[in-house]
Ligand binder design. Structure first.
Ligand code: MG
Length: 266
């Protein structure tokens, strides 16, 4: 059952989303060669605590950390470790969630550590673009498959693969609510999208084959063929006026301090 959210509930998800946006901005500065994934985790956990919120993933089904740190062929759910240090040329997926007054927000992005080859830069860019295209379809009157299809079409059009084993999800009082949001599918199919839906849309994309396997730590999902993977996610509210991204700084992605502005600075 898809639970529709009131304006008050969406405001609580938004409050969490603002904290995640702040954490992601901090991570852009923190992620560099030599830093350990545990240091990344501790910094984000401290920021969340300073904002009076709680990490969403720590303790979720036994996950031991605040941030999922997934390096190179790791797709999602990598576990931070003091011995895992970033190296020049790595890419890292950072997935983080927060709870504010009982409501969850969830976001992820992938960063290059120093310089990476153009084709790796392309993987990251195409994954981010596919999220943007999926979000653009997240409007009342469309169907869920319109989101899925927009993502798949863009990813496969660039010769990359969409991971099947993990999908996006509704979000609110639970981290994972209905509906499941595959990153592949047919346009015009699936549940009708309605105002009040809050969706975590999260394409996971590989440079090779789509198959993944889970390591013996029972969390870390890696590509079966060892190819690199990227992951981007936003939590989005559907309104009569269209999609509203909740996991961006005030002013939205194009506003002061948003990713668009930072990209221009870079
Ligand atoms: Mg998620």
């Amino acid at each position: 059952m898809i639970v529709l959210k009131s304006a008050r509930e969406i405001a609580l998800v938004r409050a969490g989303g603002r904290i995640l946006a702040e954490a992601m901005a901090m991570l852009r500065d923190l992620v560099k060669p030599g830093v350990s994934t545990q240091e990344i985790d501790r910094e984000v956990e401290a920021l969340i605590a300073r904002r009076g919120a709680r990490p969403a993933f720590k303790g979720y089904r036994g996950f031991p950390a605040t941030v999922c740190t997934s390096i190179n062929e790791e797709v999602v759910h990598g576990i931070p470790s003091p011995s895992r240090r970033l190296r020049e040329g790595d890419i890292i997926g950072l997935d983080l969630g927060v709870i504010v007054d009982g409501y969850y927000a969830d976001a992820a992005f992938t960063l290059a550590v120093g310089e990476v080859p153009p084709e790796v830069r392309c993987l990251i860019e195409v994954t981010r673009e596919s999220l943007d295209l999926g979000i653009a379809q997240a409007r009342p009157g469309n169907r869920l498959g319109d989101i899925s299809h927009a993502i798949q079409r863009h990813v496969e059009g660039h010769g990359f693969s969409v991971v099947r084993a993990f999908v996006g999800h509704g979000i609110g009082r639970e981290l994972h609510e209905d509906p499941q949001i595959p990153n592949f599918g047919e346009p015009g199919r699936g549940p009708l999208l309605k105002p009040g839906m809050v969706l975590a849309i999260e394409p996971m994309v590989t440079m090779g084959r789509p198959e993944v396997r889970v390591l013996e730590d029972r969390w870390t999902a890696v590509t079966q063929d060892g190819s690199l993977a990227a992951h981007f996610e936003h939590t989005v509210a559907l309104t009569g006026a269209g999609p509203v991204i909740l996991t961006v700084p005030d002013g939205g992605p194009d506003g002061p301090g948003g990713p668009a502005e930072r990209e221009q600075d870079a």
